[in-house]
Design a protein around this ligand. Structure first.
Ligand SMILES: [Zn+2]
Length: 469
Protein backbone atom coordinates (compact mmCIF):
# COMPACT_ATOMS: atom_id res chain seq x y z
CA UNK A 1 0.00 0.00 0.00
CA UNK A 2 1.22 3.51 -0.77
CA UNK A 3 2.18 5.43 2.35
CA UNK A 4 2.45 9.16 2.88
CA UNK A 5 4.48 10.64 5.74
CA UNK A 6 3.88 14.24 6.78
CA UNK A 7 6.08 16.18 9.16
CA UNK A 8 6.39 19.91 9.76
CA UNK A 9 9.05 22.60 10.03
CA UNK A 10 7.01 25.39 11.63
CA UNK A 11 9.89 27.88 11.84
CA UNK A 12 10.11 27.79 8.03
CA UNK A 13 6.38 27.27 7.34
CA UNK A 14 7.21 24.00 5.60
CA UNK A 15 5.45 20.67 5.28
CA UNK A 16 7.83 17.78 4.64
CA UNK A 17 6.22 15.02 2.60
CA UNK A 18 7.57 11.56 1.95
CA UNK A 19 5.77 9.02 -0.26
CA UNK A 20 6.62 5.33 -0.28
CA UNK A 21 5.40 3.46 -3.33
CA UNK A 22 6.11 -0.27 -2.92
CA UNK A 23 6.99 -2.71 -5.69
CA UNK A 24 6.53 -0.42 -8.64
CA UNK A 25 5.89 -2.34 -11.85
CA UNK A 26 6.21 0.53 -14.31
CA UNK A 27 9.49 1.67 -15.82
CA UNK A 28 8.72 5.22 -14.75
CA UNK A 29 6.27 6.98 -12.43
CA UNK A 30 4.29 10.09 -13.25
CA UNK A 31 3.34 12.16 -10.23
CA UNK A 32 0.81 14.98 -10.49
CA UNK A 33 -0.06 17.89 -8.24
CA UNK A 34 -3.70 19.12 -8.52
CA UNK A 35 -4.20 22.19 -10.71
CA UNK A 36 -7.24 23.40 -8.77
CA UNK A 37 -9.28 22.58 -5.71
CA UNK A 38 -12.98 21.64 -5.53
CA UNK A 39 -15.03 24.63 -4.41
CA UNK A 40 -13.08 27.12 -6.51
CA UNK A 41 -13.51 26.60 -10.22
CA UNK A 42 -10.31 28.27 -11.30
CA UNK A 43 -6.81 26.98 -12.01
CA UNK A 44 -4.35 27.51 -9.15
CA UNK A 45 -0.61 27.42 -8.88
CA UNK A 46 0.05 25.07 -5.97
CA UNK A 47 3.20 23.83 -7.73
CA UNK A 48 4.96 27.13 -7.00
CA UNK A 49 5.14 26.07 -3.34
CA UNK A 50 6.91 22.76 -4.00
CA UNK A 51 10.64 22.62 -3.27
CA UNK A 52 13.44 20.12 -2.67
CA UNK A 53 11.89 17.33 -4.74
CA UNK A 54 13.96 14.14 -4.72
CA UNK A 55 13.46 10.47 -5.58
CA UNK A 56 15.36 7.33 -4.66
CA UNK A 57 15.04 3.63 -4.20
CA UNK A 58 14.03 3.05 -0.60
CA UNK A 59 17.28 2.81 1.43
CA UNK A 60 19.16 2.94 -1.84
CA UNK A 61 20.37 4.96 -4.79
CA UNK A 62 18.93 8.17 -6.17
CA UNK A 63 16.50 7.83 -9.06
CA UNK A 64 16.57 10.31 -11.94
CA UNK A 65 13.59 12.61 -12.31
CA UNK A 66 12.42 15.39 -14.60
CA UNK A 67 9.42 17.69 -14.94
CA UNK A 68 7.24 17.71 -18.05
CA UNK A 69 4.99 20.55 -16.95
CA UNK A 70 4.72 22.69 -13.86
CA UNK A 71 2.70 20.16 -11.88
CA UNK A 72 3.98 16.84 -13.30
CA UNK A 73 7.11 15.00 -12.14
CA UNK A 74 8.49 11.86 -13.84
CA UNK A 75 10.69 9.45 -11.90
CA UNK A 76 12.74 7.07 -14.08
CA UNK A 77 13.98 3.50 -13.77
CA UNK A 78 11.45 2.48 -11.13
CA UNK A 79 10.57 -1.06 -12.25
CA UNK A 80 10.70 -3.64 -9.44
CA UNK A 81 11.72 -1.05 -6.85
CA UNK A 82 10.29 0.40 -3.67
CA UNK A 83 10.33 4.07 -4.58
CA UNK A 84 10.65 6.91 -2.11
CA UNK A 85 9.66 10.44 -3.14
CA UNK A 86 10.39 13.40 -0.93
CA UNK A 87 9.59 17.08 -1.23
CA UNK A 88 8.57 20.08 0.80
CA UNK A 89 5.65 22.45 0.51
CA UNK A 90 5.77 26.10 1.57
CA UNK A 91 2.61 26.63 3.64
CA UNK A 92 2.30 30.26 4.60
CA UNK A 93 -0.97 31.30 3.01
CA UNK A 94 -4.03 31.41 5.23
CA UNK A 95 -7.42 31.21 3.58
CA UNK A 96 -10.17 28.60 3.57
CA UNK A 97 -8.56 26.68 0.70
CA UNK A 98 -4.86 26.90 1.52
CA UNK A 99 -2.34 25.26 3.86
CA UNK A 100 -0.62 27.00 6.74
CA UNK A 101 2.01 25.89 9.22
CA UNK A 102 3.37 27.93 12.12
CA UNK A 103 4.37 27.35 15.73
CA UNK A 104 0.78 27.44 16.97
CA UNK A 105 -0.99 25.12 14.60
CA UNK A 106 -0.85 23.11 11.40
CA UNK A 107 -3.61 23.47 8.82
CA UNK A 108 -3.50 21.27 5.74
CA UNK A 109 -5.63 21.12 2.63
CA UNK A 110 -4.29 17.88 1.11
CA UNK A 111 -5.40 18.99 -2.37
CA UNK A 112 -2.74 21.74 -2.26
CA UNK A 113 0.26 19.58 -1.63
CA UNK A 114 -0.34 15.90 -2.18
CA UNK A 115 1.36 14.45 -5.27
CA UNK A 116 -0.65 11.56 -6.70
CA UNK A 117 -0.37 8.89 -9.37
CA UNK A 118 -3.20 9.67 -11.78
CA UNK A 119 -4.13 6.04 -12.43
CA UNK A 120 -4.31 5.27 -8.70
CA UNK A 121 -6.78 8.06 -7.85
CA UNK A 122 -9.35 5.54 -6.67
CA UNK A 123 -6.97 3.47 -4.53
CA UNK A 124 -6.75 3.48 -0.79
CA UNK A 125 -3.52 4.46 0.96
CA UNK A 126 -2.22 5.36 4.40
CA UNK A 127 -1.25 8.76 5.74
CA UNK A 128 1.13 9.04 8.69
CA UNK A 129 1.38 12.41 10.37
CA UNK A 130 4.29 13.06 12.69
CA UNK A 131 2.99 14.81 15.81
CA UNK A 132 6.56 15.70 16.76
CA UNK A 133 5.85 15.08 20.40
CA UNK A 134 2.99 17.56 20.46
CA UNK A 135 -0.09 16.73 22.50
CA UNK A 136 -2.33 18.06 19.79
CA UNK A 137 -5.89 17.60 18.66
CA UNK A 138 -6.74 16.49 15.17
CA UNK A 139 -9.79 18.20 13.70
CA UNK A 140 -11.10 17.12 10.32
CA UNK A 141 -13.50 14.89 8.48
CA UNK A 142 -11.32 11.76 8.42
CA UNK A 143 -11.14 9.36 11.30
CA UNK A 144 -7.71 9.71 12.92
CA UNK A 145 -5.96 6.96 14.83
CA UNK A 146 -3.36 8.06 17.36
CA UNK A 147 -0.31 5.80 17.61
CA UNK A 148 2.35 7.17 19.93
CA UNK A 149 3.95 9.97 17.95
CA UNK A 150 2.03 9.32 14.76
CA UNK A 151 -1.45 10.08 13.63
CA UNK A 152 -2.80 7.68 11.01
CA UNK A 153 -5.44 8.47 8.43
CA UNK A 154 -7.01 5.98 6.04
CA UNK A 155 -8.86 7.82 3.30
CA UNK A 156 -10.95 5.72 0.92
CA UNK A 157 -9.13 7.18 -2.05
CA UNK A 158 -7.48 10.41 -3.21
CA UNK A 159 -10.82 12.15 -3.78
CA UNK A 160 -11.60 11.50 -0.13
CA UNK A 161 -8.23 12.77 1.08
CA UNK A 162 -8.33 15.85 -1.17
CA UNK A 163 -11.72 16.71 0.31
CA UNK A 164 -10.66 16.34 3.95
CA UNK A 165 -8.70 19.30 5.27
CA UNK A 166 -7.46 19.08 8.84
CA UNK A 167 -6.02 21.14 11.66
CA UNK A 168 -3.54 20.00 14.29
CA UNK A 169 -3.52 22.25 17.29
CA UNK A 170 -2.96 22.14 21.01
CA UNK A 171 -5.48 24.71 22.08
CA UNK A 172 -8.35 24.41 19.62
CA UNK A 173 -11.90 24.95 20.92
CA UNK A 174 -14.10 21.89 20.41
CA UNK A 175 -17.78 21.31 21.07
CA UNK A 176 -20.24 18.86 19.60
CA UNK A 177 -23.97 18.28 19.19
CA UNK A 178 -26.16 15.67 17.60
CA UNK A 179 -28.99 15.86 15.09
CA UNK A 180 -30.59 12.43 15.09
CA UNK A 181 -27.70 9.98 14.82
CA UNK A 182 -25.32 12.44 13.18
CA UNK A 183 -22.56 14.04 15.25
CA UNK A 184 -21.71 17.65 14.41
CA UNK A 185 -18.41 19.05 15.67
CA UNK A 186 -17.44 22.69 16.02
CA UNK A 187 -13.71 23.50 16.02
CA UNK A 188 -12.35 27.02 16.45
CA UNK A 189 -8.66 27.89 16.25
CA UNK A 190 -7.86 31.36 17.52
CA UNK A 191 -9.44 34.07 19.63
CA UNK A 192 -13.18 34.55 19.38
CA UNK A 193 -15.55 36.82 21.27
CA UNK A 194 -18.84 35.19 20.46
CA UNK A 195 -21.21 33.36 22.78
CA UNK A 196 -20.22 29.68 22.50
CA UNK A 197 -23.51 28.30 23.83
CA UNK A 198 -25.55 30.45 21.48
CA UNK A 199 -23.35 29.40 18.56
CA UNK A 200 -23.83 25.68 19.27
CA UNK A 201 -27.55 26.18 19.75
CA UNK A 202 -27.92 28.13 16.49
CA UNK A 203 -25.78 25.68 14.50
CA UNK A 204 -27.98 22.90 15.85
CA UNK A 205 -31.10 24.67 14.55
CA UNK A 206 -29.49 25.27 11.14
CA UNK A 207 -28.36 21.65 10.79
CA UNK A 208 -31.72 20.32 11.94
CA UNK A 209 -33.58 22.47 9.37
CA UNK A 210 -31.34 21.30 6.52
CA UNK A 211 -31.60 17.63 7.52
CA UNK A 212 -35.38 18.03 7.64
CA UNK A 213 -35.44 19.60 4.19
CA UNK A 214 -33.62 16.67 2.57
CA UNK A 215 -34.92 14.00 4.93
CA UNK A 216 -31.48 12.62 5.75
CA UNK A 217 -27.83 13.58 6.18
CA UNK A 218 -25.33 12.14 3.67
CA UNK A 219 -22.54 11.50 6.20
CA UNK A 220 -22.20 10.03 9.68
CA UNK A 221 -20.47 13.09 11.07
CA UNK A 222 -19.77 16.70 10.14
CA UNK A 223 -17.13 19.21 11.18
CA UNK A 224 -17.49 23.01 11.20
CA UNK A 225 -13.86 24.18 11.30
CA UNK A 226 -13.02 27.81 11.81
CA UNK A 227 -9.67 29.58 11.90
CA UNK A 228 -9.48 33.15 13.14
CA UNK A 229 -6.73 34.80 11.05
CA UNK A 230 -4.40 37.67 11.90
CA UNK A 231 -5.66 39.62 8.87
CA UNK A 232 -9.28 40.46 8.14
CA UNK A 233 -10.86 37.65 6.23
CA UNK A 234 -14.23 36.15 5.27
CA UNK A 235 -13.98 32.87 3.41
CA UNK A 236 -15.43 29.39 3.55
CA UNK A 237 -14.96 26.19 1.55
CA UNK A 238 -17.24 23.18 1.50
CA UNK A 239 -16.09 19.58 1.79
CA UNK A 240 -17.53 16.09 1.91
CA UNK A 241 -18.24 16.09 5.66
CA UNK A 242 -16.70 19.33 6.79
CA UNK A 243 -16.27 22.98 6.06
CA UNK A 244 -13.23 25.15 6.55
CA UNK A 245 -14.01 28.75 7.38
CA UNK A 246 -11.53 31.57 7.88
CA UNK A 247 -13.21 34.55 9.48
CA UNK A 248 -12.25 37.47 11.69
CA UNK A 249 -10.30 40.70 11.87
CA UNK A 250 -6.98 41.58 13.49
CA UNK A 251 -6.63 38.20 15.12
CA UNK A 252 -10.08 38.15 16.74
CA UNK A 253 -13.52 36.95 15.73
CA UNK A 254 -15.68 39.71 17.21
CA UNK A 255 -19.35 39.46 18.18
CA UNK A 256 -20.14 41.73 15.22
CA UNK A 257 -19.25 38.85 12.86
CA UNK A 258 -21.68 36.43 14.46
CA UNK A 259 -24.35 36.61 11.73
CA UNK A 260 -21.68 36.31 9.04
CA UNK A 261 -20.43 33.16 10.71
CA UNK A 262 -23.92 31.65 10.81
CA UNK A 263 -24.52 32.59 7.18
CA UNK A 264 -21.24 31.06 6.10
CA UNK A 265 -21.83 27.88 8.13
CA UNK A 266 -25.35 27.47 6.72
CA UNK A 267 -24.15 27.97 3.14
CA UNK A 268 -21.28 25.50 3.48
CA UNK A 269 -23.42 22.89 5.22
CA UNK A 270 -25.96 23.03 2.38
CA UNK A 271 -23.15 22.08 0.01
CA UNK A 272 -22.92 18.70 1.79
CA UNK A 273 -25.88 17.77 -0.38
CA UNK A 274 -25.64 20.32 -3.17
CA UNK A 275 -22.20 19.81 -4.82
CA UNK A 276 -20.46 17.31 -2.53
CA UNK A 277 -23.12 14.75 -3.60
CA UNK A 278 -25.62 16.28 -6.04
CA UNK A 279 -23.08 17.28 -8.66
CA UNK A 280 -23.00 18.48 -12.27
CA UNK A 281 -22.09 15.76 -14.74
CA UNK A 282 -18.90 17.58 -15.73
CA UNK A 283 -17.58 17.45 -12.15
CA UNK A 284 -18.20 13.77 -11.55
CA UNK A 285 -15.55 12.67 -10.92
CA UNK A 286 -13.33 15.71 -10.44
CA UNK A 287 -10.42 15.93 -12.86
CA UNK A 288 -7.68 17.72 -10.90
CA UNK A 289 -5.43 18.12 -13.93
CA UNK A 290 -7.38 20.71 -15.91
CA UNK A 291 -10.44 22.96 -16.09
CA UNK A 292 -13.76 21.15 -15.54
CA UNK A 293 -16.07 23.51 -17.46
CA UNK A 294 -19.77 23.44 -16.53
CA UNK A 295 -22.78 25.67 -17.15
CA UNK A 296 -24.91 24.97 -14.11
CA UNK A 297 -23.14 26.73 -11.26
CA UNK A 298 -26.35 28.70 -10.63
CA UNK A 299 -27.56 25.45 -9.01
CA UNK A 300 -24.37 24.63 -7.08
CA UNK A 301 -23.72 28.17 -5.82
CA UNK A 302 -26.87 30.19 -6.54
CA UNK A 303 -29.34 27.77 -4.98
CA UNK A 304 -26.93 27.25 -2.07
CA UNK A 305 -26.65 31.00 -1.49
CA UNK A 306 -30.45 31.30 -1.53
CA UNK A 307 -30.92 28.42 0.91
CA UNK A 308 -28.00 29.41 3.11
CA UNK A 309 -29.83 32.63 4.08
CA UNK A 310 -33.39 31.29 3.89
CA UNK A 311 -32.57 28.54 6.37
CA UNK A 312 -31.23 31.08 8.88
CA UNK A 313 -34.69 32.63 8.89
CA UNK A 314 -36.67 29.38 8.78
CA UNK A 315 -34.68 27.93 11.67
CA UNK A 316 -35.33 31.14 13.65
CA UNK A 317 -31.68 32.11 14.11
CA UNK A 318 -32.36 35.44 12.39
CA UNK A 319 -35.51 37.57 12.38
CA UNK A 320 -37.70 38.33 9.37
CA UNK A 321 -36.23 41.85 9.18
CA UNK A 322 -32.71 40.43 9.20
CA UNK A 323 -33.64 38.00 6.44
CA UNK A 324 -35.08 40.81 4.31
CA UNK A 325 -31.83 42.71 4.81
CA UNK A 326 -29.87 39.67 3.52
CA UNK A 327 -32.20 39.42 0.52
CA UNK A 328 -31.79 43.11 -0.21
CA UNK A 329 -28.00 42.71 -0.09
CA UNK A 330 -28.22 39.92 -2.67
CA UNK A 331 -30.48 42.08 -4.89
CA UNK A 332 -28.07 44.99 -4.60
CA UNK A 333 -25.11 42.88 -5.62
CA UNK A 334 -26.85 41.88 -8.80
CA UNK A 335 -29.02 44.85 -9.77
CA UNK A 336 -26.50 47.56 -8.91
CA UNK A 337 -23.56 45.76 -10.52
CA UNK A 338 -24.53 43.25 -13.16
CA UNK A 339 -28.16 43.39 -14.32
CA UNK A 340 -27.01 44.66 -17.72
CA UNK A 341 -24.03 42.32 -18.09
CA UNK A 342 -23.64 40.70 -21.49
CA UNK A 343 -23.41 37.12 -20.28
CA UNK A 344 -26.15 34.78 -19.19
CA UNK A 345 -25.86 32.71 -16.02
CA UNK A 346 -24.87 29.70 -18.15
CA UNK A 347 -22.05 31.63 -19.81
CA UNK A 348 -20.79 33.12 -16.55
CA UNK A 349 -20.76 29.66 -14.99
CA UNK A 350 -18.59 28.33 -17.82
CA UNK A 351 -16.33 31.38 -17.51
CA UNK A 352 -15.70 30.89 -13.78
CA UNK A 353 -12.55 29.18 -15.02
CA UNK A 354 -11.63 32.32 -16.98
CA UNK A 355 -12.17 35.17 -14.51
CA UNK A 356 -14.88 34.06 -12.12
CA UNK A 357 -13.19 35.19 -8.92
CA UNK A 358 -11.91 38.59 -9.92
CA UNK A 359 -13.57 41.84 -10.86
CA UNK A 360 -12.89 41.21 -14.52
CA UNK A 361 -14.07 43.06 -17.60
CA UNK A 362 -16.87 45.57 -16.87
CA UNK A 363 -20.41 44.69 -17.99
CA UNK A 364 -19.40 41.17 -18.92
CA UNK A 365 -20.32 38.60 -16.31
CA UNK A 366 -23.03 37.95 -13.75
CA UNK A 367 -22.42 36.36 -10.37
CA UNK A 368 -23.49 32.72 -10.13
CA UNK A 369 -23.90 33.47 -6.40
CA UNK A 370 -26.13 36.54 -6.40
CA UNK A 371 -27.97 36.21 -9.72
CA UNK A 372 -28.09 32.46 -9.01
CA UNK A 373 -29.75 33.15 -5.64
CA UNK A 374 -32.27 35.55 -7.21
CA UNK A 375 -33.31 33.05 -9.88
CA UNK A 376 -33.64 30.40 -7.14
CA UNK A 377 -35.99 32.76 -5.28
CA UNK A 378 -38.00 33.40 -8.47
CA UNK A 379 -38.37 29.68 -9.13
CA UNK A 380 -39.34 29.06 -5.51
CA UNK A 381 -42.00 31.79 -5.65
CA UNK A 382 -43.28 30.59 -9.02
CA UNK A 383 -43.87 27.10 -7.67
CA UNK A 384 -45.29 28.32 -4.34
CA UNK A 385 -47.68 30.67 -6.10
CA UNK A 386 -49.04 27.96 -8.38
CA UNK A 387 -49.50 25.45 -5.54
CA UNK A 388 -50.45 27.99 -2.86
CA UNK A 389 -47.38 27.12 -0.84
CA UNK A 390 -47.92 23.34 -0.93
CA UNK A 391 -44.96 22.86 -3.28
CA UNK A 392 -41.76 24.84 -3.47
CA UNK A 393 -38.14 24.74 -4.54
CA UNK A 394 -37.68 22.33 -1.61
CA UNK A 395 -39.42 19.69 -3.74
CA UNK A 396 -36.92 20.33 -6.55
CA UNK A 397 -34.00 19.94 -4.12
CA UNK A 398 -35.44 16.72 -2.70
CA UNK A 399 -35.91 15.26 -6.19
CA UNK A 400 -32.34 16.24 -7.10
CA UNK A 401 -31.18 14.50 -3.93
CA UNK A 402 -33.15 11.34 -4.74
CA UNK A 403 -31.95 11.20 -8.35
CA UNK A 404 -28.34 12.30 -8.02
CA UNK A 405 -27.45 11.92 -4.34
CA UNK A 406 -25.90 8.48 -4.84
CA UNK A 407 -23.29 10.00 -7.21
CA UNK A 408 -23.81 7.34 -9.84
CA UNK A 409 -24.31 10.15 -12.30
CA UNK A 410 -24.21 13.92 -12.34
CA UNK A 411 -26.94 16.25 -13.55
CA UNK A 412 -27.08 18.23 -16.77
CA UNK A 413 -28.84 21.54 -17.43
CA UNK A 414 -31.59 19.46 -19.11
CA UNK A 415 -32.03 17.44 -15.89
CA UNK A 416 -32.51 20.64 -13.89
CA UNK A 417 -35.16 21.85 -16.32
CA UNK A 418 -36.91 18.50 -16.31
CA UNK A 419 -37.04 18.19 -12.54
CA UNK A 420 -38.17 21.81 -12.07
CA UNK A 421 -40.97 21.26 -14.62
CA UNK A 422 -41.95 18.00 -12.97
CA UNK A 423 -42.45 19.84 -9.66
CA UNK A 424 -44.12 22.81 -11.37
CA UNK A 425 -46.41 20.52 -13.34
CA UNK A 426 -45.98 22.44 -16.59
CA UNK A 427 -43.60 24.24 -18.88
CA UNK A 428 -41.03 26.59 -17.38
CA UNK A 429 -39.57 27.54 -20.75
CA UNK A 430 -40.20 31.25 -20.19
CA UNK A 431 -38.45 31.10 -16.81
CA UNK A 432 -35.36 29.36 -18.16
CA UNK A 433 -35.18 31.66 -21.18
CA UNK A 434 -35.42 34.86 -19.16
CA UNK A 435 -33.64 33.94 -15.92
CA UNK A 436 -30.99 31.41 -16.89
CA UNK A 437 -30.31 31.58 -20.63
CA UNK A 438 -31.04 35.26 -21.19
CA UNK A 439 -28.87 38.30 -20.65
CA UNK A 440 -31.61 40.92 -20.36
CA UNK A 441 -32.51 42.75 -17.14
CA UNK A 442 -34.47 40.61 -14.69
CA UNK A 443 -35.55 43.59 -12.54
CA UNK A 444 -39.21 43.63 -13.58
CA UNK A 445 -39.34 39.84 -13.78
CA UNK A 446 -38.12 39.65 -10.17
CA UNK A 447 -40.67 42.23 -9.07
CA UNK A 448 -43.48 40.33 -10.76
CA UNK A 449 -42.68 37.36 -8.50
CA UNK A 450 -41.83 39.29 -5.33
CA UNK A 451 -45.43 40.49 -5.23
CA UNK A 452 -46.33 37.03 -3.89
CA UNK A 453 -44.33 37.94 -0.77
CA UNK A 454 -45.86 41.42 -0.63
CA UNK A 455 -42.51 42.95 -1.55
CA UNK A 456 -41.18 45.18 -4.27
CA UNK A 457 -37.78 46.34 -5.47
CA UNK A 458 -37.41 50.09 -6.00
CA UNK A 459 -34.63 52.42 -7.01
CA UNK A 460 -34.07 55.09 -4.39
CA UNK A 461 -31.26 57.56 -5.10
CA UNK A 462 -29.43 55.04 -7.21
CA UNK A 463 -29.79 52.22 -4.67
CA UNK A 464 -31.80 49.07 -5.16
CA UNK A 465 -34.13 48.82 -2.15
CA UNK A 466 -36.55 46.16 -1.02
CA UNK A 467 -39.86 47.58 0.21
CA UNK A 468 -43.21 46.25 1.33
CA UNK A 469 -45.99 46.71 -1.23
ZN1 LIG B 1 -20.62 27.93 -1.98
Amino acid sequence: MIQYFFSFLPENNLVDIRILIPKVQEKSLELHLPMWRPGRYQLQNFAKNVLNFSSREQDGEKLEWRKSQKNVWHVEDTSGKNVEIRYQYFAKELNAGSSFVNRNFVYINPVNLCLYLAKLLNQTFEVNIDRQGLECHYSGGLEAIFQENTLKLHPKDFHHFFDSPFILSKGIFHERFKVGEVSFHVWIEGVFKIDKDKLINDLYKIAESQVQLFGEFPEKDYHFMLIVPEATYYHGVEHRNSTMMVLGENGVLPEAYYKDLLGLASHELFHTWNIAKIRPKELLPYDYGKENYFETCFVAEGFTTYYGDKILFESCVISHEEYLYELETTFRRHFEEADYASQSLLESSFDLWVDGYEKGTPNKKVSVYSKGAIVALILDLKIKQKFKGKRSLDNVMRLLWLKFGNMKRGYTYKDIQKIAEQVYGGSLREYFEIAIEGNGSIFEYTNAHLAFLGLRLMWIEGNCCLKAL
